[in-house]
Design a protein around this ligand. Structure first.
Ligand code: CO
Length: 215
């Protein structure tokens, strides 16, 4: 379909979608309009092929979503930090999911050192993760395997970055929630893989340096 046609079709498609939803459940929109009470915060990549709700089988209202290039949680990114703060303090989400994916263009770009203008500072955050794990990554001879492993390592580092925030630590010690989990999505077959990051162990591991629960 030509892009103009595709664009024009969006409003027609929306009308049909809203109509079908209302027919399925007459209270659908009235219920959603009242408020939101999602149990999950999903932090994922902006990649158009990885659709948060769809890959998790969740409906509107069930997942709070933040996406950026390569699912990063950067300490100076007011956008991501505000999302985490709101999700934890006001929505009381139970799980914070950092979901990366194989074949991630952001990760690939970070692995190829060159000047990409305004993207440089963003990619620097990803390159810093490579540097932190350079020993392990450089030992992987197969380029494709190294790429995959870097995707996984970055997810884990971003989980740690979520865990380093004061609101996550305070809420967890007070209520046992949220828990931070890391997933990788495989574009080739649509499967989600749980990286089985032991949240409590990781939290304990970074506490000596990053504990923000004390005054
Ligand atoms: Co990506």
């Amino acid at each position: 379909m030509a892009v103009e046609k595709l664009y024009e079709n969006i409003f027609e498609a929306n009308k049909q979608w809203a109509k079908a939803r209302s027919e399925e459940d007459p209270d659908f929109f009235a219920h959603l309009a009242k408020d939101q009470n999602p149990d999950f915060l999903y932090i994922g990549c902006s990649d158009s092929r990885v659709h948060a709700n769809e890959i998790m089988g969740l409906e509107p209202g069930q997942v709070f979503v933040h996406r950026n290039i390569a699912n990063m949680v950067v300490n100076s990114d007011l956008n991501a930090l505000s999302v985490i703060n709101y999700a934890v303090v006001h929505l009381n989400v139970k799980y914070i999911i950092v979901c990366g994916h194989y074949n991630c263009g952001g990760i690939k770009a970070a692995m190829e050192p060159r000047d990409l203008g305004i993207l440089n500072p963003w990619l620097r955050n990803i390159r810093d993760v490579y540097r932190l794990h350079q020993k392990e990554l450089d030992m992987i001879e197969d380029a494709e395997e190294r790429y995959k492993r870097f995707v996984e390592i970055n997810i884990k580092e971003q989980c740690l970055n979520v865990t380093k925030t004061a609101e996550v630590q305070k809420s967890f010690y007070e209520t046992g929630w949220p828990r931070v989990v890391g997933w990788v999505y495989d574009l080739h077959n649509g499967s989600l893989i749980d990286l089985k990051i032991d949240f409590e162990k990781e939290l304990e591991g970074i506490r000596k340096i990053y504990d923000l629960t004390r005054k």
